[in-house]
Design a protein around this ligand. Structure first.
Ligand code: 5GP
Length: 117
C-alpha cells in the first residue's frame, strides 16, 4: 500500500480539521489553502494514491464521493450558481497529496477550466 498521507490523520481525527461530512466511506473537510470562496476536499477513508490506482472494487466509494460533493454544494448554497469538481493526477496534473480527493470549488466565477503555460 502507498505511504500514508496527512489526509489519513485528518480522517482519523488525529490532527485538527473541521469535518464537514464523514461516513463509513468518505470524509470531507475545508482545503487549508482555499483557491475560491468555497473549497472543500472530499476524500475516501481508504487510501487510494492516485486516480490510476482506482480499482473496480472502488466504484462504490468513488460514487459516494460525487454524491457527497453535490450534497455539500447544496449545503454551501452553491448548487444553483455552479461549481467545479476536480481530481488531479500525478505530476502534470498538479497532484500534491497522494491520497485521491475531489476538490469542490465554487462560490464565485471560476474562469476558464485550465490555463496551460
Ligand atoms: P492536490 O494538489 O493534491 O490535488 O491537492 C491537495 C490539496 O490539499 C491542496 O489544495 C492543499 O491546499 C490541500 N492540503 C494540503 N495539506 C493539507 C492539510 O493538512 N489540511 C487540509 N485541510 N488541506 C491540505
Amino acid at each position: 500500500m502507498a505511504q500514508e498521507t496527512i489526509f489519513s490523520k485528518i480522517i482519523r481525527q488525529e490532527i485538527p480539521a473541521t469535518l464537514l461530512y464523514q461516513d463509513e466511506l468518505v470524509t470531507a473537510f475545508p482545503d487549508i489553502a482555499p483557491k475560491a470562496k468555497v473549497h472543500i476536499l472530499i476524500v475516501p477513508n481508504k487510501q487510494i494514491a492516485t486516480a490510476n490506482d482506482i480499482q473496480t472494487e472502488d466504484e462504490v466509494v468513488i460514487g459516494r464521493m460525487y454524491r457527497v460533493a453535490k450534497q455539500l454544494a447544496k449545503e454551501q448554497g452553491i448548487d444553483e450558481s455552479g461549481y467545479r469538481l476536480i481530481m488531479n493526477c500525478n505530476e502534470h496534473g498538479g497532484q500534491e497529496v497522494y491520497h485521491i480527493h475531489l476538490h469542490l470549488v465554487g462560490g464565485e466565477p471560476l474562469g476558464p477550466m485550465l490555463t496551460v503555460k
